[in-house]
Structure formats: C-alpha cells, structure tokens
Design a protein around this ligand. Structure first.
Ligand SMILES: [Zn+2]
Length: 136
C-alpha cells in the first residue's frame, strides 16, 4: 500500500468515524409518541429518533418531559438516528432558565434519589421528578 493510499484511508476512516462513532450530544424539543420511539426535534426542524436502554427509554417517555428542551448524550448511528448513552452515564438533561439540569427522581418520604421514573424501591410511592444542577 502506498503512503498516499494509507493517508487517504486514514482521512476517510476519520470522517466515517466522526459521523457515527464520535461522542455527541443532541438538543431540542422532546417528542413522545405511543407508537414510535421518542425523538428530538432539532433546531432545523428535523426529527431524530432516539434509541436507548430501558431505564433511559423510561425517562425519555416520561410524560412530564414531553415538549421540554432536552439534551441527550450518545452518538449518531444514522443521520436521523441517535443512540443515547446508558443510564449510568446520566445521559439526559433538561435545559431550563439557562441551566443544564440532570433528570432525577426523588422520594420525599424515604429521601431516596433514583434516575428512572416509577415507584420508590423502599415505600412503593410514586417518585417525584426532580431537575437538579448536580447529579446527586
Ligand atoms: Zn420511598
């Protein structure tokens, strides 16, 4: 393989990499649908469909987040598809009043914080959504 060809491969490989592999974040209005995966309507009006693990999908389908200015971290797998990072990386944020807030869930009774919606693991009461500037 010639040097020129090696360089061309590196450049092309790098471009392909930038499109699909590089960590990215996606921000826009969160669009929920009963029949389709959640999506984000980005600034230019295009819908980008979100794939996520179950706990993250539960957050993205939380009705309390519908239509909000949401940011997710992950990577593009196609121009209109975005794979959201796993829940332990805290990949979902809400932008509100100029702040980037973590999405957390809080049980007031037990003072337990979780990162997916649903019942408190302790008292089985429904947790409240709690948008916070810090993760904990
Ligand atoms: Zn509880």
């Amino acid at each position: 393989m010639s040097i020129r060809r090696v360089i061309a491969c590196l450049i092309l490989g790098g471009l392909a990499c930038a499109q699909t592999q590089q960590p990215a974040s996606l921000r826009g209005a969160l669009v929920q649908s009963a029949s389709k995966p959640p999506a984000i309507r980005i600034a230019e009006g295009r819908l980008v469909s979100l794939s996520a693990d179950d706990p993250v999908a539960a957050v993205l389908n939380d009705k309390r987040l519908a239509g909000l200015d949401v940011e997710v971290t992950g990577r593009f797998t196609a121009p209109d598809r975005f794979q959201v990072d796993p829940i332990h990386t805290r990949p979902v944020f809400v932008h509100k009043n100029g702040k980037r807030l973590y999405v957390t869930y809080w049980c007031d009774l037990c003072a337990i914080r979780t990162y997916t919606p649903g019942k408190c693991q302790c008292c089985q009461e429904e947790t409240e959504i709690d948008l916070r500037e810090t993760e904990k």
